[in-house]
Design a binder for this molecule. Structure first.
Ligand code: SGN
Ligand code: CA
Length: 538
């Protein structure tokens, strides 16, 4: 008797399961759109061919814009990894969600848009890099990298359980995402997939199949590569120069087995190299050993060495992006083959921008264009016309309300971003005319001072504070590369006043104030990351 019941149950379950699959195959779709949010780490817009810089080709990422929209003025609110992720999830500024820098813990108990979508019936997954400590909340399935993650044979934490996976991180992340799409999610529900790549984060270790991919090119740095930071004392204090600060063994892979090239971070690279198995090491060495040999022989100096460094930086950085683009292609193919393209919103973005030699730099953090800007590409065939260009000021703060809007979920009143749904379909009449920015991670690696500021379509006002009190003003139309600080230029007196007013308005609108900076400083002191007397001295 029990057996009959069991068999009937089994048959009914199978019918139910296959009808869900069938429903998807036939294109009978859920009324709510699926959302795939693809985010890479440190992917500069300059390294996406849609944006026209001609450094590399990213055909799969480009396809999202060709079949949908490209945002030419996408920005972050705080150009650093974990804070950006917290802003995206919560739709609130760092000083409100509490995650102001990479070091503080993130409070997963607070609301986030994935939790809201879950309540509205979505099946949700978070895969890849998240850089926020603790078990992710709002996700039915999570499989994430601990902290920064590693390129070769990385650990992953699947629903709270850590295990090491053999292979290359970008491909593994894609495989996990595809496995979730194909085999793990409930197919009768709309879904949210957050698919986050570690690449192209430092130290830019390419997959063996892309080693040498750019060897037929020599990359020349941008015009302001040898910037002298005149009129910009805060910029001058940086520690992120391609020439001055890149580590030959770690960043540029001149890790010679003889140990003759001694650098500060050689040990760090050694750890990553030793994670590889013999086959991976053999492929790595076959590519880099001859380059190391030549480097030792040539003994380059001065400008020649500087240009060599830039070229090596670009070759590695861009090679890691090849794997990212390939992964995007695999996800888009899955959507096509399963009748999901029309009803799925696909967004491609980065956690912030990145310097590819502009001002002589790598890394991010500053409110200058290359790191303030982030690529945003979005496809949703049901509502977005192919080839749409969105040139209004959009921020990563806006993703949460936008996704809730598309899903037909009420946007909570305390969210600080705006839904850009009507911006993409051309119906928006009343959009913001300025964005607010605030960066806190100092004292820290790369020595970027704390600062906040405002940017309109044309002007940018920045205040560096805390152990410096410097104002900068840029006219982005006349000076797109921000080489001339016109804060004290008489011709800009009126603009300066207007920008100060806007800044005050935005700080008050977003509930930011100087006293909050003291709160953050106290947190640093509590954590004893920096000795108290050191801070007092500054
Ligand atoms: C690491 C990198 C830094 C980078 C931060 C933050 N150093 O500390 O260059 O700025 O991450 O990056 S490394 O020696 O570990 O490579 S973020 O994208 O996570 O914010
Ligand atoms: Ca990052």
């Amino acid at each position: 008797m029990l057996k009959i019941y069991f068999n009937t149950f089994l048959i009914l379950s199978l019918i139910l399961l296959s009808s869900c699959d069938l429903k998807e195959k036939k294109g009978v779709q859920n009324p709510q759109p699926n959302i795939i949010f693809i985010m890479s780490d440190d992917h500069a817009f300059q390294a996406i061919s849609t944006y026209g810089e001609k450094l590399n080709l990213t055909p799969n990422i480009d396809k999202i814009a060709e079949q949908g929209a490209v945002f030419t003025q996408g920005f972050v609110t705080n150009s650093i990894c974990a804070p950006s992720r917290a802003v995206i999830l919560t739709g609130k500024y760092s000083h409100i969600n509490g995650k102001v820098d990479n070091f503080q813990s993130f409070d997963w108990d607070q609301e986030n848009f994935a939790k809201e979508l879950q309540k509205a019936g979505y099946e949700t997954a978070l895969i890849g890099k998240i850089h926020l400590n603790g078990l992710p909340q709002g996700f039915d399935y999570s499989n994430v990298l601990p902290g920064q993650g590693l390129y070769y044979n990385p650990d992953f934490i699947e629903n709270g359980k850590k295990k090491r996976i053999h292979g290359y991180v970008t491909q593994i992340t894609t495989d996990i995402a595809l496995d979730w799409l194909k085999n793990k999610r409930k197919k009768d529900k709309p879904f949210l997939l957050m698919y986050h790549q570690k690449a192209p984060h430092r130290p830019w270790m390419p997959d063996s199949k892309y080693l040498g991919y750019f060897d037929d090119r020599t990359f020349s740095p941008p015009a302001n590569f040898f910037d002298d930071y005149q009129g910009r004392p805060a910029a001058a204090t940086h520690e992120m120069g391609v020439v001055k600060d890149m580590d030959i063994a770690y960043d540029l892979k001149m890790f010679d087995k003889e140990g003759e090239i001694k650098t500060r971070l050689r040990w760090a690279f050694k750890g990553m190299y030793n994670r590889m198995d013999e086959e991976q090491k053999a492929k790595w060495d076959a590519y880099y050993d001859p380059i190391i040999k030549k480097f030792k022989e040539e003994k380059l100096k001065g400008k020649e060495l500087a240009l060599w460094k830039y070229d090596r930086y670009m070759k590695d950085y861009l090679s890691t992006i090849q794997s990212v683009d390939e992964g995007v292609g695999e996800i888009l193919k899955y959507l096509d083959e399963n009748g999901l393209t029309d009803n799925t919103i696909v967004v491609y973005t980065s956690d912030q921008g990145f310097y590819l030699g502009e001002h002589g730099w790598f890394d991010k953090r500053f409110m200058y264009e290359e790191s303030l800007r982030t690529p945003i590409l979005m496809r949703y065939p049901k509502e977005i016309k192919p080839g749409t260009v969105v040139d209004k000021l959009v921020q990563n703060l806006d993703f949460a309300p936008t996704f809730l809007d598309y899903a037909g979920v009420k946007i909570p009143d305390d969210l600080q971003g705006l839904s850009f749904k009507n911006l993409v379909n051309g119906k928006e009449k009343n959009w913001r005319d300025a964005i607010y920015y605030s960066y806190y991670e100092y004292p820290a690696e790369h020595h970027v001072l704390r600062h906040y500021g405002v940017r309109t379509d044309r002007y940018k006002l920045i205040h560096f504070y805390y152990d410096m009190d410097e104002w900068e003003l840029y006219d982005l139309k006349n000076d797109p590369h921000e080489m001339h600080n016109v804060y004290n230029d008489k011709a800009y007196v009126e603009i300066r006043k207007t920008m100060h007013k806007k800044l005050d308005q935005l700080r008050s609108q977003y509930k930011d104030s100087d006293s909050l900076d003291q709160v953050n400083l106290n947190r640093y002191l509590e954590k004893k990351r920096i000795k108290k007397k050191e801070i007092v001295k500054k």
